[in-house]
Structures are given as structure tokens and as C-alpha cells.
Design a binder for this molecule. Structure first.
Ligand SMILES: Nc1ncnc2c1ncn2[C@@H]1O[C@H](COP(=O)(O)OP(=O)(O)OP(=O)(O)O)[C@@H](O)[C@H]1O
Ligand SMILES: CC(C)(CO)[C@@H](O)C(=O)[O-]
Ligand code: BAL
Length: 285
């Protein structure tokens, strides 16, 4: 196991990155909000394959939470995270405080129009401005060669890729596949909020995505596929649908009825009690 350095200040982090660069190392970056699971660790694994020095950040970013969302109760366990990060081979763990990241009121934000607007952008107003702003800031701090993001947050990947293109940020974005539990539920830090019954019923989300894949392969119209998914999910008594959408990927525009051989995103957000889960599948039509 390599030694994990845990750093809380921007200045100390920059010093370590400069030292790694002097040794000719390429920097890989895995931004997270912590409470690590195998989804996060799969990003580290990919980063280790492709780069020489892996930086992970753990920062629950207040800017991306709405006033009635779960910022305060978001799960946190830095001791456990630090052990898992060390075991996974992270070289440097950056765990800044809110005061370190935002010492004064933030007056400069990054806003990505278009791809930020549908799906979670509609349900969580301002969310992607918060994400784009913190990711841009983290990129400025870490200056990675490559940054690793999970496709579980497919819209986030689209937003970050758009931002990097528009602002010529010198980083390559590497999207990584969704890691799932045995019953298909996408791993998420928020799964710990679920009661045993909610957790059981949550398996319907992946089943609905698999059904969508089959129906789209049979050339069923997206509107019909969406209704079938709704019907399946609504059969679970604890599920409350926030959205189910089928859009072109990565531009997130409405799909035409007929197949065009291009990538489409089947995305959903569903509440089980107070817990909002997201999941998706990217398919070629
Ligand atoms: N199941 C997963 N498979 C692959 N990547 C994942 C998975 N879950 C999260 N990630 C990725 O890990 C990075 C950090 O995500 P984050 O810390 O928000 O974890 P999370 O489990 O998605 O939390 P939550 O959904 O509860 O906010 C993001 O790039 C995210 O897409
Ligand atoms: C990218 C990110 C770390 C920014 O806060 C967050 O949105 C997440 O964990 O996906
Ligand atoms: N992984 C997305 C972070 C959020 O829900 O705020």
C-alpha cells in the first residue's frame, strides 16, 4: 500500500502537486463528496491505470444543494473514507473545509446553459451552477491531466464536458461506468438513507432501465417506453417518480421518434420516502 497524504489546505495541496510534477508524474483527479463506496473506488482504479499520481477530493459542496435539500444530513465518515482511499491506492486526499474553499461569499460562479437545464437541473434549480463552480475551482487547484467522473451522474458528465470545452480547461474528462449492487441498484452514498423496504423496492429502477433497453431495441417510440417505465415503477408502493426522460446524449435535447443510430440517455429520478435516487442507461439507437 502507498502512503496516503491527507491535506486540508489549498496551499499545501499545490505544493504536493508541484513536487509530483517535478518528478514527471501525470496527475489523475477523482472529485467526490465522500462516504466512499465501490463506485468511487472504481474511479480510483481507472485513475491509477491511466495516471501516476492520484488525487481524490472529499468535499460536500454547499453550493450545489438547494435550501430544502440534504446538505446537513449528507453522510460523512472521514476516518473510514481515509482508510478506503489508502487501500485503493490514492496518493493524496484533499479534504478542505467550507471556509478553506469559500473563505468569503462566492461572487463568481460558472453556469453552463443547455445541458444543465432538463432532468436534475429542472428538479434541483441551481444545482449544476454549484457543481460547475466547484469542479472548475477544484480543477484550478489540482490542475489534473485527467479527471474521472461516474456515468451514474450522466448529466453531470455532460455539464463538465461542456464547461471544459467552452472554457478550454486543459484536462481530459474520463467518464466511467456505473457500479451496481447485486440486485442492480446503482451504488450511491444516499442508499444508506433507505429503510429495508425502500431499499428492496429501489431495485425496480434498474429493472425499468433494462426494460427500456429492450423496448427501444424493438423500435418502440420513446413516449411509449417512458409510459411503460412509469407503470412498472409506480407499481412499487413507496416509489414516487420525480422524472423519467429519454433524451439525446450528450446534448440532452428531445429525441426524434425514429431511431437515428445515435446515443440516447434514459434517465430517471425517483423518491423513496425522503431519499431521491437517480439512475440511467446510455444506449445507441
Ligand atoms: N455507482 C457508481 N458508479 C460509478 N460512479 C459513481 C457511482 N456513484 C457515484 N459515482 C461517481 O463518484 C463521483 C462522486 O460522486 P458522489 O460523491 O456524489 O457519490 P454518490 O454516491 O453519487 O453520492 P450521491 O448520489 O448520494 O450524491 C461522481 O463522479 C459520481 O458519478
Ligand atoms: C463532482 C462533485 C464532487 C462536485 O461537488 C459532486 O457533484 C459529485 O460527487 O458527483
Ligand atoms: N453526485 C451528485 C452530487 C449531488 O447529488 O449533489
Amino acid at each position: 500500500m502507498r502512503t496516503l497524504q491527507q491535506i486540508e489546505t489549498i496551499e499545501a495541496l499545490r505544493e504536493q502537486i508541484r513536487a509530483a510534477r517535478r518528478q514527471g508524474k501525470r496527475i489523475g483527479f477523482v472529485p467526490t463528496m465522500g462516504y466512499l463506496h465501490e463506485g468511487h473506488l472504481s474511479l480510483v482504479e481507472e485513475a491509477k491505470k491511466r495516471t501516476d499520481f492520484v488525487v481524490m477530493s472529499i468535499f460536500v459542496n454547499p453550493l450545489q444543494f438547494g435550501p430544502s435539500e440534504d446538505y446537513e444530513r449528507y453522510p460523512r465518515d472521514l476516518e473510514r473514507d481515509s482508510r478506503l482511499a489508502a487501500e485503493a491506492g490514492v496518493d493524496l486526499l484533499f479534504t478542505p473545509s467550507v471556509a478553506e474553499m469559500y473563505p468569503t461569499q462566492v461572487k463568481t460562479t460558472v453556469s453552463v446553459s443547455g445541458v444543465s437545464e432538463p432532468l436534475c437541473g429542472r428538479s434541483r434549480p441551481g444545482h449544476f451552477d454549484g457543481v460547475a463552480t466547484v469542479v472548475m475551482k477544484l480543477f484550478q487547484i489540482v490542475q489534473p491531466d485527467e479527471a474521472f467522473f461516474g456515468q451514474k451522474d450522466a448529466q453531470q458528465v455532460a455539464v463538465v464536458e461542456q464547461m471544459v470545452r467552452d472554457l478550454s480547461v486543459p484536462v481530459t474528462i474520463i467518464p466511467c461506468p456505473i457500479v451496481r449492487e447485486a440486485d442492480g441498484v446503482a451504488m450511491s452514498s444516499r442508499n444508506v438513507y433507505l429503510s429495508p423496504e425502500e431499499r428492496k423496492q429501489a431495485a425496480v429502477l434498474y429493472r425499468s432501465l433494462q426494460m427500456a433497453k429492450e423496448l427501444l431495441a424493438q423500435d418502440k417510440a420513446p413516449a411509449q417506453v417512458r409510459s411503460e417505465m412509469m407503470r412498472l415503477i409506480e407499481a412499487e408502493p413507496l416509489a414516487q417518480i420525480d422524472y423519467i426522460e429519454i433524451l439525446n446524449y450528450p446534448d440532452l435535447t428531445p429525441v426524434e421518434a425514429a431511431g437515428t443510430g445515435q446515443q440516447i440517455l434514459v434517465a430517471l429520478a425517483v423518491r423513496f420516502g425522503a431519499t431521491r435516487l437517480i439512475d440511467n442507461m446510455i444506449l445507441t439507437r
